[in-house]
Design a protein around this ligand. Structure first.
Ligand code: COA
Length: 293
């Protein structure tokens, strides 16, 4: 990875970001100050997801998973879009014109990163929705743990506008987050809605003015970065899986998850947290995290 100045001016006092560009240039990763910025990088196509981007996103997630400098991953878009969804030419028209195995492979490659890798990613993930967000983009949006949008970002389940029901796992992702009345309204009308409405229906956690989006996202990312990555992973995976289980199954699973997280923790996070509260009395767990340095 190359070291580079964030804006190229030298005026930024923060340490330089490490940058990685995928071989076909559809994905860009910038790492600095504990945050791994993962960018859809086809701004000229409004970050529409073509087969190359889907394959390169999986590579980028591999990189971020193993990189110690990225304690939190923020998924965002280069230019004015978050993502305009699946690429209508390269994903739909071109693939449709190919032999059937090409479509099977294209579906597998998109599912691979958009939900399978992302939903239980080893590090906390935040979707920072900076602009257009359509159709297939709802799957990675929902599979990020948290989401913050610009108030004026534009969302839409536009599939009916061009003649299909929502593709891939979009409907499943919506059902995970949005009340049925809202989901069906937007699935069936194809109307757009803005970041404020997305926050009101809980598709995203918050909407903030566009000029505060990056600062607010960094603030939330830094809050997450203060916690143990291992503990956060146990917490989020535990929640996401247990909500689909019976109470009986969840009891068994969640205790196993807790033991998996705590036993053999090289940082001894729990023991240190208890020590600093009970013995040293240096913090109050109800009010904030202990000092992990
Ligand atoms: N698939 C393929 N190409 C797309 C695309 C998509 N989903 N979204 C945008 N593009 C391409 C356009 O074809 C255009 O390419 P060109 O410059 O080679 O002509 C380029 O990106 C810019 O798009 P344009 O429509 O001119 O930008 P805009 O800023 O005026 O409008 C959108 C932005 C997102 C509102 C509009 O591009 C759009 O409606 N895209 C489709 C969104 C959609 O329905 N996605 C659902 C997919 S499941």
């Amino acid at each position: 990875m190359d070291g580079t100045d964030e804006d190229g001016t030298g005026a930024d006092e923060r340490p330089p970001l490490e940058v990685w560009e995928s071989p076909e240039g559809t994905v860009r990763v910038e790492i600095g100050s504990d945050i791994g910025w993962l960018l859809f990088n086809r701004p000229e196509k409004r970050n529409a997801m073509n087969p190359a981007l889907n394959a390169e996103m999986a590579q980028a997630l591999d990189l971020l998973e193993g990189h110690e400098g990225a304690r939190v991953v923020v998924l965002t878009g280069a230019g004015e879009a978050w993502s305009a969804g699946m690429d209508l030419k390269e994903y739909f028209r071109d693939v449709e014109a190919s032999p059937p195995h090409v479509e099977i492979a294209a579906r597998r490659t998109s599912a691979e990163w958009q939900w399978r890798r992302l939903i239980h990613f080893a590090k906390p993930t935040i979707a920072m929705v900076n602009g257009w967000c359509f159709g297939g983009a709802f799957t990675p949006l929902v599979c990020c743990d948290l989401a913050i949008a610009a108030e004026d970002a534009v969302f839409g389940l536009s599939e009916v506008n061009w003649g299909i029901p929502p593709g891939g796992l979009v409907s499943r992702a919506l059902a995970e987050t949005v009340p049925t009345r809202d989901a069906l309204w937007f699935i069936m009308t194809g109307e757009t809605f803005d970041g404020r409405r997305a926050a009101a229906m809980r598709l995203v956690n918050e909407a903030v003015p566009a000029d505060r989006l990056r600062a607010r996202t960094e603030e939330v990312a830094r809050l997450l970065a203060r916690h143990s990555t291992r503990v956060l992973r146990g917490a989020k995976v535990g929640f996401k899986k247990a909500r689909l289980m019976s109470w009986d199954e969840a009891e068994d699973y969640l205790y196993a998850k807790l033991d998996q997280t705590v036993l053999g923790d090289p940082e001894q996070t729990k023991q240190e947290g208890l020590r600093q509260f009970l013995d040293r009395k240096t913090y109050r767990p109800g009010l904030g995290s202990f000092d992990r340095r």
